[in-house]
Design a protein around this ligand. Structure first.
Ligand code: BTN
Length: 314
């Protein structure tokens, strides 16, 4: 990898790589296949050899400084969970925009106490927010973050990424990204929000999940550049955060309804109060799910939805 990186965009022949690393050319080819699986974009031709086009692990922290709400990112090769690392920094007074990113997480976690598998190749990060909003408005901010990811992924892949309430991003009925928010607040004031984002990009997605997961690479057959995706999202989200603090969720309602998955479908919504079935009508001006149930139209501010048996067609 170092040889390719040092070549700074020039081709390096397979035999030179093989000689330098004391490997056969076939072994070099195998390594290149592996690197591509991790998301390195390497061009290979019989005549010229190999050239590194894009490295998914290379993150240019200065470019992020501008994007990440004016703050640099803290980039780790490996962490237990970016949430824990950032929470400690939040408690120690770190400013809004502090971002912790890990190439892999060994104890990544998802919503409802689930594990979140985070091997290399994916994008696993947490962003610190100190928003000027009441605590009750924090859940819908995660929905806005998911909406921004759906837009970024649509643009990058050309696939119909959509928001799955309350804060996932799905493509073709498979979960590509998930968001976890943890916060500290008083009755009427938020101290901090740690917004954790996991996007399956170049990594193999975990098997046997409900709902099924997929990475962008698995869906398109090509690797994606993590930095470009993250930068794009951070720029969008910086604008969305300002707008959300000013105008609330109603400013995002239309866009969110337009790219909402399961709209018009019959779902089961599991909440802390119990399970309710109904047809998804949309989202209200506060980011709550609107369900047409046997007892009329109901609004849900929290919960998890899945298609009801018998309405599982794509
Ligand atoms: C979910 O869909 O359940 C939310 C998944 C959130 C995963 C991200 S990865 C970065 C951050 N660190 C964690 O431990 N979890 C979040």
């Amino acid at each position: 990898m170092t040889v390719l990186r040092n070549a700074r965009g020039r081709y390096v022949s397979g035999s030179r790589l093989a000689a330098g690393l004391c490997l056969t050319r076939a072994a070099i080819h195998k390594q290149v296949v592996r690197l591509r699986e991790w998301g390195y974009d390497i061009t290979g031709t019989n005549r010229k050899g190999y050239r590194l086009e894009n490295s998914p692990q290379a993150l240019d922290t200065d470019r992020f400084r501008a994007a990440s709400l004016g703050r640099p990112i803290c980039h780790f090769p490996s962490l237990g969970s970016t949430q824990d690392e950032l929470k400690e920094r939040a408690l120690a007074g770190a400013p809004q925009g502090t971002l912790v990113l890990a190439d892999e997480q060994t104890s990544g976690r998802g919503r409802m106490g689930r594990r979140w598998l985070s091997p290399r190749g994916g994008l696993w990060f947490s962003l610190l927010l100190r928003p000027a909003i009441p605590p009750a408005q924090v859940p819908a901010l995660a929905l806005v973050a998911a909406l921004d990811w759906a837009m970024v992924l649509r643009r990058a892949t050309g696939l119909p990424a959509c928001v799955k309430w309350p804060n996932d991003v799905w493509i073709d009925n498979r979960k590509v990204a998930g968001i976890l928010t943890e916060m500290s607040s008083e009755m009427d004031r938020v101290h901090w929000v740690v917004l954790g984002v996991g996007v399956n990009i170049n990594n193999p997605s975990p098997r046997g999940m409900t709902p099924p997961a997929a990475s962008l690479r698995e869906m398109t057959g090509k690797p994606f550049y993590r930095q470009a995706l993250l930068e794009d999202w951070l720029k969008r989200f910086a604008g969305s955060l300002r707008r959300y603090q000013r105008d609330g969720f109603s400013a995002f309602r239309r866009d969110c309804e337009e790219c909402l998955s399961m709209k018009g479908r019959t779902v089961v919504c599991e909440t802390a109060q119990g399970t309710v079935a109904g047809r998804v009508e949309g989202i209200d001006g506060e980011g709550r799910l609107l369900l047409r149930t046997a007892a009329g139209l109901r609004r849900f501010g929290e919960g998890a939805i899945r298609l009801k048996k018998g309405d599982e067609r794509a």
